[in-house]
Design a binder for this molecule. Structure first.
Ligand SMILES: [Cu+2]
Length: 190
């Protein structure tokens, strides 16, 4: 009688282990497919925080797909009119004036300018967008000259900072575009 009980227990145990193994194999079979789908698209969503006593907040979403990165920035609390938006050197938004992000992100040591200009432009020279009378503004920008986490220092936006300015980028004043104070800031961190 006791022997039967032990045998039954042993059989049950074996069955349990076998089932677990099958489940594990199923999961492992599914995993590569899932990875393939997610590795094609990288998304970072970050929050813009007010700086220089402004009320400018918002969100910036970077999406990397098929070798290009698309940035969608949506802001509110702005003064009506044109504002510059750039990527600056550092993700550090700790200072009240946003200057802790450093100067424009310029890993290729080019002069400041309009994006795509033959005379040169910084990798952070996104440009201007216009805020409406209700203080809202948005900009969508796509380029294959950025990447998210590829490790190429001339392309990788990770560890940099997004700055929204009080004024307009004139695309000529060096090296800032004379865009005025920094009214909103977000670190590009995963
Ligand atoms: Cu700037």
């Amino acid at each position: 009688m006791k022997k039967t009980a032990v045998l039954t227990m042993a059989t049950l145990l074996l069955l349990t282990v076998a089932c677990k193994k099958i489940n594990k194999e199923k999961t492992e079979e599914l995993a590569p497919d899932k990875e393939q789908v997610t590795s094609n698209v990288e998304v970072i969503k970050i929050a813009l925080e007010p700086k220089s006593d402004s009320n400018v907040s918002g969100t910036v979403t970077f999406t990397q797909e098929n070798g290009s990165v698309t940035m969608v920035a949506e802001m509110e609390g702005l003064t009506e009119g044109a504002h510059a938006i750039h990527i600056h050197e550092k993700a550090d938004c700790s200072s009240p004036d946003g200057k802790s992000t450093g100067g424009h992100w310029n890993p290729t040591a080019q002069p400041h300018g309009k994006w795509g200009s033959p005379e040169g432009y910084h990798k952070g020279d996104i440009g201007n967008f216009t805020a409406s009378a209700d203080g809202k503004g948005s900009i969508t920008f796509t380029t294959d000259e950025w990447c998210i986490g590829c490790g190429d220092e001339t392309k990788d936006i990770i560890g940099k900072g997004v700055i929204v300015h009080a004024g307009t980028d004139d695309f000529t004043t060096q090296p800032t575009g004379d865009a005025g104070g920094r009214v909103s800031c977000a670190g590009i961190i995963k």
